[in-house]
Design a protein around this ligand. Structure first.
Ligand SMILES: [Zn+2]
Length: 251
């Protein structure tokens, strides 16, 4: 069993590494499947062992073997995050297809979040990927109900759209599209929960900026990373959270 979890972690770490590569290349309109990985500074092609998740970074002592410059800590961090997220999905669903499809949805959300965090943009291609992964996740779950799906697609995106009409720049177009797409694989209640948890996380973040004096008037914050946290939580533990809420406050 321990070996299984080690295996899951390694696969997750490789996916984390690939997610960062995708987040690096998609905004530059470069292919995510063609082209070898290179050092950011001297552009030397990296060898297979330098590309091993986490181990590559440790073996090279965090520096490029050719030019000796420090490699970004973001790479091993993303590999670690990928491994941990894979564990969470397998803890939740056990060793089955639901764990795999939910993990893919979460990895695409990770790519969207990294790009939004860096550029304040959500790229269409990442949203298409999320649609595909979400629909596959639905099929694996079974029991797809069209009416519930339509309700869920509209339930958060429409209020967000109306708010963004009333308050300029309240939400980006990509954020609204993101919350419409999550309706494809979350129930209406789970999608509302995702939007609520995402907004709560963003609120805490903004508050921390004010408290530490780093808030700038009129500055934009990336919303997709926070929404993604809410979506991931709602997808994996939505039913449990909703049941707990109903029992605690209305039970
Ligand atoms: Zn180099």
């Amino acid at each position: 069993m321990l070996l299984c979890y080690l295996y899951v972690f390694c696969i997750g770490a490789c996916c984390g590494s690939f997610a960062l590569l995708a987040a690096d290349r998609i905004p530059e309109k470069r292919s995510i499947v063609k082209g070898r990985s290179r050092c950011t500074y001297c552009h030397h092609v990296l060898s297979w062992y330098e590309l091993m998740p986490l181990l590559g970074y440790i073996l090279c002592k965090g520096r490029c073997r050719y030019c000796g410059r420090k490699l970004s800590i973001v790479y091993p961090c993303m590999e670690l995050v990928g491994g941990i997220l894979a564990w969470i999905c397998f803890f939740r669903y056990g060793f089955n297809m639901l764990a795999v499809t939910s993990f893919f949805v979460i990895m695409i959300l990770t790519v969207i979040s990294v790009i939004d965090f860096r550029t304040l943009q959500i790229h269409d291609v990442t949203l298409y990927m999320l649609v595909m992964a979400g629909l596959v996740h639905d099929l694996v779950k079974g029991n797809v109900q069209l009416l519930s799906m339509i309700q869920s697609v509209l339930t958060v995106s429409v209020p967000m759209f109306l708010i963004s009409r009333l308050i300029k720049d309240a939400y980006g177009e990509g954020d609204i599209q993101l919350m419409a797409i999550t309706g494809l694989f979350l129930s209406p209640a789970e999608n509302i929960l995702a939007g609520f948890l995402g907004t709560l996380c963003a609120g805490v973040f903004v508050l921390s900026l004010f408290v530490t004096g780093r808030a700038h008037k009129g500055a934009h914050i990336p919303f997709a990373p926070f929404l993604s946290i809410g979506i991931g939580m709602a997808m994996l533990y939505g039913n449990d959270i909703i049941s707990w809420y109903i029992l605690t406050f209305f039970g």
